[in-house]
Design a protein around this ligand. Structure first.
Ligand code: GLC
Length: 651
């Protein structure tokens, strides 16, 4: 429980202070934006008393709310619902419970931290002027840093953090992510993903920490601790942290053929065993760590969508596992329920146990349909009261009712967005995630990587070598991410030049331009940015693209056996390298490293050693995915593969 810092007794000894304090309490707390409050009818209500227990505050507030007020608290609308991101009047009029910025939904006034801060704080001010002044949750997809916002620190996507295996680092990343998210006024991050990845056909493979449940459990809990603060600390849910949303519950990584939002097809007993003895572990650990909200998954389990699965949400998650936080639907997730019409789908979803409805643009339809569903008894008032008491409990426990709008700490966090300190942490994460998978001997005393480090003239090839949008991947500035200079940071090539300024780097777009005296070639290849279903792939789609394959093969043909061709993959998942593998002398995955790619040069040309190990199994070809965990003959790199500069194994 976050401690409210009241003035220590010694500081209010003088009568004057006592008078001022008493006066402000009598007249109704000062408005949270510091302006003079008009008469506040609830100024002396129990729910306004920070010293009262959360239980008493919830009880008191709910006793004053009518069904419309309660239903409004269950709704999360998109900031851009009015097309301009200034729908403040609706928040004030209805008393909505939450707002969000979906992927890429930046302020119309322009994507920079100050504009985000102004708009979000305007939404929070509108909420403070609503009937009860209940604070809103404002959710954003801070899934690898506060990555919607221009100029923030972009960390490696979770697959790369999985390669680090470093829980302490991941917790620090969570805390910096919380700070850079709080800095724009947001108090709620839709992360981390706790899915156990398996099938790289899946477009969200890179959003997971990896294929090993224990790794996902350890790093997922570390991320929750970083975002929210540790449950047993005074800092828990303080303004140094924020609310997280563990997601997507459940089974997203076990969907048949890796289709995003697809169906888990398993014998009922087999699924029950898989769920309760394996993939639930990351969630159990995160709940124990105090995760305050949980997002339901779009996928189905044997034909039942998770959004309408009462047995899963109410009986298992809330019942058996005792989850006391908020269960939130995914974006328009209600429409994934089976019902023939919206009101049936909505009833299915809420009656299954979903408490908060992310119905971004259609929120008014949701609001009025919910009122009708309660009036006609399809949804009980008990269910509404369970949902709203959960929502208010989280808001009280997180101290949101006491928080000043645009507080001094938030103003300082805004200044720290993209700071050198934060970027240094991201750069460390890039170094630790770099995973060396192949490193051939080039001579008696040097491997390919050691030859590269000793080289003075190095050819660099591949668009991804100098493209910050590509190295950041999806969920960056826009929903899907994009190539090009989309935000601030250091590209791979820029990092080479900064760290190894004594070497000559020739950036060439074809092998015929490689100089005769080149001593090593680095080819950066991989995938263009994507997100969600857009990233779903076929087997052939997982073959390294023609551009990368051609650069590798033609470079090797040009430089011959004695000059190493080193390949850096920028990818969210294993790729098939069959058509170029024999021409690669050293191969590493940088995964989707984010904005601070000098971290790669720190290893290749600096003192840092490789520490990354693959968090997933790489099949020889994508056609072998279905057998990769059961037949070693189809495996190119096992889970945990990671080499050092001298070619020895890390593990
Ligand atoms: C998306 C994703 C979810 C995200 C949400 C809000 O569709 O499934 O991970 O948090 O919508 O952007």
């Amino acid at each position: 429980m976050r401690k409210i810092n009241l003035l220590p007794a010694k500081k209010i000894a003088s009568a004057g202070m006592v008078f001022v304090l008493a006066a402000s309490m009598l007249s109704g707390c000062e408005k949270k934006d510091g302006s003079k409050a008009e008469k506040d009818p609830y100024a002396k209500a129990v729910f306004r008393d920070a010293k009262a227990s959360t239980e008493d505050r919830v009880k008191d507030l709910m006793s004053k709310m009518d069904i419309n007020d309660k239903i409004a608290q269950m709704i999360m609308a998109e900031r851009n619902v009015d097309g301009g991101g200034a729908a403040y009047a609706m928040v004030k009029q209805y008393g909505l419970g939450a707002m969000l910025s979906g992927g890429g939904s930046a302020p119309t006034s322009g994507n920079n931290p100050e504009n985000w801060s102004e708009e979000i704080n305007n939404y929070k001010k509108a909420a403070s002027e609503s009937k009860f002044g209940i604070p809103i949750l404002y959710g954003v997809d801070s899934v690898h840093g506060n990555s919607n916002v221009y100029g923030t620190t972009i960390f490696p996507h979770q697959i790369g953090l999985g390669a680090t295996g470093d829980a302490e680092l991941v917790e620090k990343i969570g805390t910096v992510t919380a700070s850079e998210t709080r800095g724009i006024g947001s108090n709620y991050a839709f992360s981390p993903v706790l899915g156990v990845a398996y099938d790289e056909h899946w477009g969200r493979f890179y959003e997971c920490f990896g294929e090993n449940t224990d790794l996902v459990t350890e790093l997922g809990t570390a991320y929750v601790n970083g975002l929210q603060g540790r449950k047993d600390s005074d800092d828990f849910l303080s303004q140094n942290h924020l609310l997280c949303s563990i997601k997507h519950f459940v089974g997203e990584g076990q969907v048949k053929n890796g289709y995003n939002q697809g169906n888990v097809e398993m014998d009922a007993k087999e699924w029950d065993d898989k769920l309760k003895n394996d993939i639930i572990k990351p969630y159990v650990s995160a709940i124990e760590a105090g995760a305050q909200t949980l997002m339901v998954s779009y996928n189905s389990i044997n034909g039942v969508n998770c959004h309408e699965n009462k047995e899963l949400i109410t009986d298992y998650l809330k019942g058996e596992l005792g989850f006391k936080g908020i269960v939130i639907s995914d974006y328009d997730g209600v429409e994934h329920c089976k019902g023939a019409e919206y009101k049936v789908q909505l009833a299915e979803c809420v009656n299954a146990g979903v408490d908060m409805l992310m119905e971004p643009l259609d929120w008014q339809n949701c609001y009025y349909t919910m009122i009708n569903l309660v009036n006609d008894g399809t949804v009980s008032e008990d269910r509404i009261n369970d949902a709203v008491s959960r929502i208010l409990t989280v808001k009280f426990d997180a101290g949101l009712f006491e928080e000043k709008i645009n507080s001094d700490i938030e103003k300082e966090q805004l200044k720290q967005i993209g700071s050198e300190e934060h970027r240094t942490l991201a750069r460390q994460a890039v170094s630790e995630s770099l995973t060396l998978l192949k490193n051939e001997k080039m001579s008696d005393d040097k491997t390919a990587i050691q030859t590269l480090a000793a080289a003075n003239k190095i050819a660099v090839m591949g668009e991804a070598a100098d493209d910050i949008g590509t190295q950041c991947g999806g969920w960056t500035i826009s929903w899907t991410g994009s190539k090009g200079k989309t935000t601030e940071g250091t590209t791979i090539l820029e990092g080479f030049k900064q760290v190894a300024s004594d070497k000559e780097f020739e950036y060439v777009d074809s092998a015929d331009k490689i100089s005769a005296d080149t001593q090593a070639v680095v080819v950066v290849a991989g995938e263009d940015p994507y997100s969600e279903t857009q990233g779903d792939s076929t087997g052939f789609g997982l073959f390294l693209d023609e551009e990368g394959t051609t650069l590798i093969n033609e470079a090797k043909a040009k430089v011959g056996d004695n000059v190493p061709v080193i390949v850096i993959l920028v990818t969210g998942r294993p790729l098939t390298l069959r058509d170029s593998y024999d021409n690669i002398d050293a191969l590493m995955s940088a995964w989707l490293p984010g904005s601070e790619c000098a971290g790669i040069a720190d290893v290749l040309f600096g003192e840092k050693e490789f520490t990354g190990t693959s968090p997933v199994t790489w099949p020889v070809t994508a056609f072998d995915i279905s057998n990769k965990l059961v037949d070693d003959s189809v495996v190119l790199f096992k889970y945990g593969t990671g080499l050092k500069k001298d070619g020895s194994s890390i593990k």
